[in-house]
Write a protein that binds this ligand. Sequence first.
Ligand code: DGY
Length: 312
Amino acid sequence: MSIRILATSSLVGPALAELGARFPELRIAAFRSPEWQAALPSAEALVVVVSEPITEADLDAAPKLRALGTCSVGMNHLPLQACQARGIAVVNTPGVLTDATADLALALLLALTRRVAEGEALVRSGAWVGWAPDQLLGRGLVGKACGIFGSGPIGQAFAKRVWALGMTPFFWDREGLGGVVDFEAGRAPRLPLADLLPRSAVLSLHCPLTDQTRGLLDRAALAQLPVGAIIINTARGGILDEDAAIDLLAAGQLGGVGLDVYAGEPRVNPRWLQAPRTVLLPHLGSATLETREAMTRLLCDGLTVALDPPFK
Ligand code: DGY
């Protein structure tokens, strides 16, 4: 069997098929299926998605591997050091999903504060009897502070959006940089965690999952947020201590939690399903047609360079 590119799905758009035509043969096999395992030894490039963790043992089983591509910006599911040690190029999709992810974070924020899901459920239930002065009252955002973990492109794009709503953004980032972040629409300071948390009426996570950010928003950090604070997570589940957040929601300390990502997803901590004031989405941050096509294209462009470098 001569497989050059082994992918777990055809992704969105024509780019992967075009790559396969350029570097025959492309094989598509479900992640960890017997067919996928059988193709590993001849694969020169692997293509996976964010829910498909690759291990060092997989690299051992793929001695011809020259490139490992993921249709995601996040790379916490890949053995990066082992790839570097073996000279395997790692290709991801930064940049093209910035706006889509920031849009979804904003959608979660507005859905929570304006009780969109509850309102929709009320109408669909047939139980709505008409406008009432105190019906499904939400919370306004104008004039409130928004803490943003991560001052990279997605954090900045989210800052632009909340700025447009009349909020005041503040950043924290794992480099511990000070100074200000210029996010096009305005400028906002980078603060130490101890300064950012107590003033964040809203806290939105936009940093990668690394050893440094794993469990960063733990019980002690959550306790520093003001009463009624709202947390939005479109980054990675492992950054937030989910059980602590659920406890604080139940105790009325947290005002709401909007999640697109979960520790150990697709498993969702069953406590989330009972927790009040939550909006739960199935990892849709980059899920627009335009974005997914652009991700596939960018990934395939990177794999083309890795498999056929211009300067050999
Ligand atoms: C990413 O790109 O890392 C997203 O989480 C997948 O949509």
